[in-house]
Design a protein around this ligand. Structure first.
Ligand code: ADP
Length: 429
């Protein structure tokens, strides 16, 4: 048919054909857009594309990483016994698919005669299954040719330029869908691997913390027996040494407990125990726990009087031990990073929130580090922090604990002047 005809009947037929082709392509593109795996793309080719193009057999073959072997992703319309021996085959087997790879372009065969001429090795098979015309289209994605989609037709036909363009456009859509599937499965694999690595790390931390805690508890037990004079009289010098053993062992125990809490939080195993908590009591208890640290540096820890709420003392429903653990972390840091001045703790109600500020006059934190210090194992400056000790877990654990309690942990700091860490919790009475 003359494509440039003036005949209105012919023009109408051309327009109709173009409209049908556009609709077919649109339908196939929509079907491909929801596919997430190679197999789903294959299913669309077989179930939707083959009948839409009038093919009775076809397949999708993908290249192995070495680009030398085809692996059949899906097929239809060939006898089972044939396909079984063709599930994987070398690209150089004398098939039109092989030529698609070598030329990186499509191969169209109009009749069985062309099979006999160009592909004598496989022509008998095509004859056996009574196929004739053929279209083999390259699947290009991820920057290279990765496979071939083939359509076999039961009759001889010549492919018009529009048909060729449409088949190529469909192959391009297929390639895009296969690329998406490839990225999706790579992302899934990476996620599974990351999750399993996280679990392994969590398990390791939990087991190690437990294994370290057991002998440490026994060290502390024997230290106490010795200090109590149960194994014989203790000289003053021995008592001093025993108290250093105790201080170091307790410090180690604190670090191990921090690791244990971290691994429980990571695994989502930390549970909360909500009760009515008098704010002044938690502040006092936390300050008492860090008193030896502050005394060793002759640093005053000041607790500002807690203002009462409308109907009495300031209190809220929360997990007392977890809040105390957070405050001990913040106070320990404040003491650790302050050489002169003081550490001050204060609390007040701000509308529906309880705010507890831990304020120090220490080294402060540069603006660019303010968010990063909340990441696990993150310490600002290796040298000075190493001198100060610590695991880099305290703030990460504290923030996670507060999240569990429905609260937040924020910080404001000026380098060289000091920091204020602010705990905010819902005020429920
Ligand atoms: P750790 O104290 O065990 O190193 P943290 O998570 O508690 O771990 O703190 C992370 C880092 O944040 C610290 O190493 C320190 O660099 C910085 N930091 C925390 N609190 C303060 C503070 N009050 N003043 C200055 N720097 C601080």
């Amino acid at each position: 048919m003359d494509e440039y005809s003036d005949d209105p009947v012919q023009l109408l037929a051309i327009a109709r054909r173009a409209a049908v082709q556009a609709a077919t392509l649109q339908h196939l593109t929509a079907a491909l857009s929801s596919t997430l795996s190679e197999e789903q793309v294959g299913a669309v080719v077989l179930r939707e594309a083959l009948p839409a193009f009038g093919a009775t057999a076809g397949d999708v073959v993908l290249l192995d990483d070495d680009d030398r072997t085809f692996r059949v992703l899906c097929w239809m319309g060939y006898p089972e016994h044939l396909v079984r021996s063709w599930m994987r085959y070398p690209v150089d087997t004398g098939t039109p698919g092989g030529d698609v790879v070598h030329t990186a372009g499509p191969v169209f065969l109009d009749s069985f005669r062309e099979w006999e001429q160009h592909y004598p090795r496989v022509a008998p098979i095509i004859h056996e299954v009574q196929l004739a015309a053929y279209a083999g289209l390259p699947l290009m994605f991820g920057g290279r040719l990765r496979g071939v989609v083939s359509f076999n037709f039961p009759e001889n036909r010549s492919f018009s330029p529009e048909e060729r363009a449409m088949l190529l456009a469909f192959a391009a859509q297929c390639a895009q869908a296969l690329d998406r599937a490839r990225l999706f499965s790579a992302e899934q694999r990476a996620r599974v691997e990351a999750e399993s690595a996280m679990r392994a790390k969590g398990d390791f931390l939990a087991v190690m913390s437990h294994e370290l805690r057991t002998p440490l508890t026994s060290i502390l037990g024997y230290q106490e027996l010795l200090a109590d004079g149960i194994s014989g009289p203790v000289t003053e010098l021995q008592r001093q040494h025993l108290s250093r053993i105790e201080a170091s062992a307790l410090h180690l125990l604190g670090l191990i407990d921090e690791l244990l809490t971290f691994s429980r939080l990571e695994a989502g195993h930390e549970s909360i125990n909500v009760e009515a908590v008098r704010v002044a009591t938690v502040l006092d208890a936390a300050a008492a726990l860090v008193a030896p640290l502050a005394a060793a540096k002759s640093l005053p820890v000041i607790i500002n009087p807690v203002p009462g709420s409308g109907d009495g003392e300031l209190s809220t429903m929360t997990d007392c031990m977890k809040l105390q653990q957070v405050l001990v972390n913040l106070l320990s840091n404040a003491i650790k990073f302050t050489e002169h001045g003081s550490v001050t703790m204060s609390a007040h109600a701000d509308h529906s929130q309880l705010v507890i500020d831990v304020c120090d006059t220490g080294i402060g934190i540069a603006a660019e580090h303010l968010e990063r210090i909340f990441e696990p194992f993150r310490q600002v400056e290796q040298h000075s922090t190493r001198r100060a000790g610590g695991t880099g877990l305290g703030l990460s654990v504290s923030r996670q604990l507060l999240t569990l309690l429905g609260g937040t942990l924020g910080v404001e700091s000026t380098l060289g002047q000091g920091s204020v860490f602010s705990v905010r919790l819902p005020l429920t009475r």
